[in-house]
Design a protein around this ligand. Structure first.
Ligand SMILES: *Cc1c(COP(=O)(O)O)cnc(C)c1O
Length: 415
């Protein structure tokens, strides 16, 4: 009865007693711009879609994309590849991870991360999670000491960045090489340093749901001469690597080119053509994502049952998705809440579900990995809710979404 009264009060300026419904799509990205479409048409009309298929004097779209991406992120080198997952596998191989090795990684991440480790025949060792959803640095140090691992594949999962200064101090002390998974942090930074520039390699994705959209695609960055040479050969450059504009001395290629397998995973010119105009829009997109993120975050901040994930002042993030916690609540209650939101058009995902759904799965659902126990990750994920924030949502849409989530959460607190 009490809830009913609040509901009437809240929506008194709307249609009497009708519960607000949202009709936008949580999976609808913005269209590809006309500039990008024209660039794509130019490639299609040329017929030269393969990145190494150039005519005299021509520099391929893929090569230009690499150059522009390296400039944007501030790295010496960049390589464009077929996907973010491929970039991570290529990075692991390029730094010498072999079958049977152990690779440290976040327990809170998505399936392509342990998948990249398994793809090179290595075993993930999961590191626990702290309350702000980043890697547990104490647990990291323990696991470095208790394992023979020399590599950390660090996932900036859902865009949450840990204290990178502390992390790098720990990893440097123990001579651990860091590969950064920046699928959710392209355009983000820690203390002014772009995400992907702390470790020896940074990996990015341009899959439709990430910060650039070419359907599929990936990029990696590094400053290391030998790593980029290996990565270029690995990605399937045959002996055409000289077409890359920014490459190390050819002596390095001479040394490694016949020792390094070709594991084809190139990007093509069509995707690169679509991506280049998007690169120049990235900072504008980041601004718009964060505007939307802040509207929803503000709308949820005072709901007693909801815990906002706090961000460090050093973190400049990209709010392309939003997470919040409903701590200490049973699974049944959370299912009720999710269904309540869903019935009003707000599609949320829950990391605590016992069976993986859509993109959301949990470390213990990757049954090909040795079973491991991570108490804090379990506790956090059992109440962790996840929401996409596509740029097709207006700020008004975000207000509606926040109101619906709040009102469904209020119902929950009264059950
Ligand atoms: C999407 C994603 C990747 C890999 O990207 P793909 O391009 O889809 O292979 C890697 N890590 C995380 C956390 C992701 O969400």
């Amino acid at each position: 009865m009490f809830y009913f009264a609040i509901s009437v009060f809240r929506f008194s300026n709307q249609e009497a007693l009708m519960e607000e419904i949202f009709d936008g799509s949580f999976t609808q990205q913005e269209p590809i711009s006309e500039i990008a479409i024209s660039a794509a048409l130019k490639v299609l009309r040329s017929g030269r879609l393969h990145r190494y298929n150039v005519i005299e004097g021509e520099v391929s779209e893929t090569t230009l994309l690499e150059e522009e991406f390296a400039r944007l992120i501030g790295s010496k080198y960049s390589l464009a590849v077929a996907s973010g997952g491929y970039a991570m596998g290529c990075a692991l191989r390029a730094i010498g991870v072999k079958a049977g090795d152990f690779v440290l990684s976040n327990a809170f991440t998505l399936a392509p991360v342990p998948g990249a480790i398994a793809g090179v025949g290595a075993q993930p060792i999961f590191v626990d999670t702290v309350d702000n959803l980043t890697i547990d640095l104490e647990d990291l140090e323990l696991k470095i000491k208790s394992s023979s691992s020399k590599v950390l594949l660090l996932s900036h999962m859902r865009g949450h960045i840990c204290d990178m200064d502390k992390l790098m101090a720990i990893c440097n002390l123990h001579e651990i090489k860091v590969i950064e998974d920046c699928a959710h942090t392209m355009g983000a930074s820690w203390a002014g340093i772009p995400s992907g520039r702390h470790g020896v390699i940074g990996c990015y994705s341009s899959q439709t749901y990430k910060h650039l959209n070419s359907g599929e695609g990936g990029l990696l960055v590094t400053d290391d001469d030998e790593i980029i040479a290996r990565a270029i050969i690995l990605s399937g450059s045959y002996m055409l690597y000289q077409q890359h504009r920014s490459i190390p001395d050819s002596a390095i290629f001479e040394e490694i080119k016949l020792q390094t397998p070709n594991i084809s995973g190139r990007m093509d010119n069509l995707r690169a053509a679509i991506l280049r105009p998007q690169l120049s829009d990235l900072s504008d997109r980041v601004f718009r994502w964060n505007e939307r993120y802040k509207v929803i975050e503000e709308g949820l901040r005072n709901v007693p049952i909801i815990k906002i994930i706090e961000r460090s002042e050093n973190e400049s993030y990209v709010g392309s998705s939003l997470q919040f916690e409903i701590p200490k609540t049973s699974g049944n209650q959370i299912e009720l809440f999710l269904n309540g939101c869903m019935n009003r058009g707000v599609e949320l995902k829950w990391f605590g579900a016992s069976v993986p759904k859509a993109f959301t799965s949990k470390y213990d659902s990757w049954a090909y990995v040795e079973p491991q126990e991570l108490a804090n990750t379990d506790r956090i994920l059992s109440g962790l809710i996840d929401m996409r924030l596509p740029l097709t949502f207006s700020l008004k849409d975000c207000q509606i979404i926040a109101r619906i989530i709040s009102s469904e959460a209020m119902k929950l607190s009264r059950v």
